[in-house]
Design a protein around this ligand. Structure first.
Ligand code: APR
Length: 252
């Protein structure tokens, strides 16, 4: 099948679906200049995530955890949604996309205009003091001295994202399960699908009878055994083309 035929196939699958859920990962934001976790040139090449992004490191060596967190916050603060994010927002506006379950902590789906986004791993937009619970926007804390300390009690701030060693909040987990179980098309976008429990969502959707379609420049662990098909390409290239094709097909 040619690339153009693949775009048409996905556009048709979207148009005939009753409920569509997307699972997104770091690849979705690569075209916003945020390097993926397991790809080349990412922050995680320099900093071992299991060490720097582990909750016990933040508790016992916050200055170390904040080296990575500070670098991530700086990268995210200047990032803007890309064409892939905007295409998903349009897919929601057109009434096709119900929910995004995102593993990303960059807030770019919200910025692009999507309204139903489950931030499965939380986000870096806000921080909370681990001692007194003081909660504020990340833009209000200074990264000149790390770890940043609470203006009220001098405790250490924790970004409102999930660290290694922490459980996914029950509400996000329950909703993600429910949306995955009840969709009939799951779009798996820019994720290597190796980190659980997020990686189980396509499996849950598939076992409940949904079609699973990946958009990713590389095959993943899902491609052979779970996905119905994969469109090999960048989400920032493929998604806008799919949305344009839907609009053309709607006119016909
Ligand atoms: N468009 C789409 N996909 C892309 C692009 C792109 N432009 N560039 C890279 N990719 C794909 C890669 O081929 C890879 O399969 O995005 C995927 C990124 O995988 P990871 O770096 O493993 O990111 P992700 O799957 O989101 O990681 C999941 O792991 O460390 C944790 O909490 C962290 O949320 C993260 C989770």
């Amino acid at each position: 099948m040619s690339f153009d035929e693949e775009i048409t196939t996905l556009a048709q699958d979207i148009m005939r679906s009753r409920k569509i859920v997307a699972l997104s990962g770091a690849g979705m934001s690569v075209e916003s200049d945020i390097a993926s976790f397991r790809g080349k040139g990412g922050l995680w090449e320099k900093y071992d995530p299991e060490e720097y992004a582990h909750i016990s490191t933040l508790r016992h060596h916050p200055e170390k955890a904040w080296i990575l967190l500070g670098a991530m916050q700086k990268e995210i603060a200047k990032a803007k949604p890309n064409r892939g994010h905007y295409a998903l927002a349009e897919l929601e506006q057109l009434g096709f996309l119900k929910t995004i379950i995102t593993q990303n902590v960059d807030g770019l789906h919200h910025l692009a205009g999507n309204r139903d986004v489950i931030e499965f791993h939380g986000n870096l937009q806000t921080v909370t003091c681990m001692d007194c619970g003081h909660h504020l926007s990340s833009s209000e804390i200074s990264l000149d001295d790390i770890p940043p300390r609470c203006s009220k009690c001098k405790g250490v701030y924790k970004p409102d994202c999930i660290f290694f060693g922490e459980a996914i909040p029950v509400e996000a987990l329950t909703r993600a399960h429910q949306e995955s179980r009840t969709c009939d098309l799951m779009l798996v976008l820019g994720t290597s699908a190796v980190v659980y429990p997020a990686a189980s969502m396509p499996e849950i959707a598939k076992s409940a009878g949904a079609r699973v379609v990946e958009i990713n420049p590389s095959e993943t662990v899902l491609t052979r055994f779970v996905s119905d098909y994969i469109i090999l390409g960048k989400t920032g290239d493929v998604l806008p083309k799919v949305v344009d094709r839907i609009k053309t097909l709607k006119k016909d």
